[in-house]
Write a protein that binds this ligand. Structure first.
Ligand code: URA
Length: 460
């Protein structure tokens, strides 16, 4: 087998149509063996970056069907360690469970994983949760968790061994960790290459990248939160739906249960954008005081997880179970139990609620009367300026930086009213962040802006 033949097969050729116009044609479906050969050779170092780049570009232009996407996902999955939660790898007493996780394509103020895991765990779901870090304008669950301080100078530990991960799931019903370097090494190499070869925005490549990592963590069932809008990877509902269908169908082809929600990310979720700020908001959600949008999305995604795990028969029953987990205090107790299990100091955390803020503070007040719109992408970008997120993977984040939203899209404001409180990593970052928020993130209109519903569609 030669890489060049496989690349040529996927590339096809250009032909002239009857009007003499050139079009792409003749791309041929690849076999699983050919796809495996390319991925294995790339991970071993036998296939150079320039040939993988050409292959990625051929996939970008010609796509892949579900069978090819499944074969690509499978080849990437087996490039490294795969956690087995059944049979030989079973957690004592849990072999019969359906392990379910949620994956979000990323957003601004998207802290849903944090209240979701303890809520569904309180309803009997076992969740092996592997999360990512902030990159670009979107936040990362691992950075938020690491903002939780431990005893002395320690903090919440996201670097778990497989044994610790399994012990956490057994004890608390869920555990939260980062991807280890041994999980899907093919994706690490391929994603870095896609980033610099303009081949990120491809549905089969995104599907294989996301799904290989999620299957490697041991989940039997997956719920995807595929976002659309200015703060999302997919800008339109149509593109988000294409990705959602691809994720669900490819997961099913790999014998995983799956469903997806297509959700609105035109404006930030909840009341805060930040690291510790979003932990605070999580505690408020679990105390029953969460913002309506965060609670709605958490309950909707949680209901899908509960149904896939077989812990309820109907969506209404699942949502009632979740509400009871919150109102009884069981979900907050689970969250705090997990904080203790993973090295955080739950008492210190609760004592810090409402008090832990960077000393570098500014305010954004309404420049005019009107109805407010707050753009997710620009708000997320202001968060990066403030130190919530990263410009590149090696940057540090500031745990106590962020944005508190006193008013959200659709609110009627009077000139001079407080819209946002802004906390920065230092004094210098405040002015550019405030300027971006005032001039680009916030707009005013005389009429209440029409807002899309939070959940556009559920794909099952
Ligand atoms: N997130 C991923 O993990 N991979 C992609 O390709 C895009 C988003």
């Amino acid at each position: 087998m030669r890489a060049i033949d496989i690349i040529m097969k996927k590339r096809g050729t250009t032909i002239r149509d009857k009007n003499g116009e050139k079009t792409l044609a003749g791309s041929t479906k690849l076999t699983g063996e050919e796809i495996r050969f390319l991925i294995d050779s790339y991970v071993s170092g036998a296939l150079p970056d320039y040939q993988m780049s050409a292959f990625l570009m051929a996939v970008y232009f010609n796509g892949m069907d579900f069978e090819e996407t499944g074969a690509l996902t499978d080849a990437m999955l087996h490039s490294g360690d795969v956690i087995n939660l059944h049979g030989d790898g079973a957690i004592e007493g849990l072999d019969g469970e359906v392990f379910v996780d949620k994956h979000s394509t990323g957003g601004v103020g998207d802290k849903i994983s944090l209240p979701l895991a303890p809520i569904v765990a309180s309803c009997g779901v076992k969740d092996p949760m592997m999360s990512g870090r902030a990159l670009g304008h979107t936040g990362g669950t691992l950075d938020k968790l690491e903002s939780i301080e431990g005893k002395d100078s320690g903090r919440f530990n996201v670097f778990l061994s497989e044994e610790e991960f399994k012990a956490g799931i057994r004890k608390d019903g869920f555990a939260m960790m980062g991807q280890t370097p041994k999980i899907v090494p093919a994706d690490k190499k391929m994603y870095a290459l896609r980033d610099v070869t303009a081949t990120v925005e491809s549905v089969p490549l995104i599907t294989a990248s996301i799904l290989s990592k999620k299957v490697a963590e041991g989940a039997d069932a997956l719920v995807f939160d595929v976002k659309y809008g200015t703060g999302a990877f997919m800008k339109t509902k149509k593109d988000a739906e294409e990705l959602a269908v691809s994720l669900v169908n490819t997961a099913k082809a790999m014998e995983k249960k799956a469903s997806a929600l297509i959700t609105n990310m035109n404006t930030p979720l909840g009341r805060t954008v930040g690291n510790f700020l979003e932990i605070e908001e999580t505690v408020e959600c679990l105390r029953g005081n969460g913002p309506a949008d965060v609670m709605e999305l958490t309950y909707q995604l949680g209901a899908e997880m509960i149904l896939l795990a077989g812990k309820a028969k109907t969506r209404d029953e699942a949502i009632e179970m979740e509400k009871d987990a919150v109102s009884s205090g069981r979900a907050l107790e689970r969250f705090l139990a997990n904080v203790r299990t993973q090295g955080g100091d739950a008492d210190k955390l609760m004592a810090q609620i409402g008090t832990r803020r960077s000393p570098f503070r500014a305010e954004v007040r309404a420049k005019e009367d009107g109805f407010l719109s707050l753009d997710a992408f620009k708000t997320g970008l202001a968060g990066v300026y403030l130190g919530v997120g990263r410009n590149k993977a090696t940057d540090d984040v500031c745990f106590d930086a962020g944005i508190v939203m006193h008013k959200k899209t659709g609110a009627e404001v009077r000139k001079g009213e407080l819209i946002l409180e802004v906390y920065g990593k230092d004094a210098e970052c405040l002015a550019p962040a405030v300027a971006l928020l005032e001039s680009e993130a916030i707009s005013y209109s005389p009429e209440k802006p029409e807002e899309d519903e939070l959940v556009f569609k559920i794909i099952q």
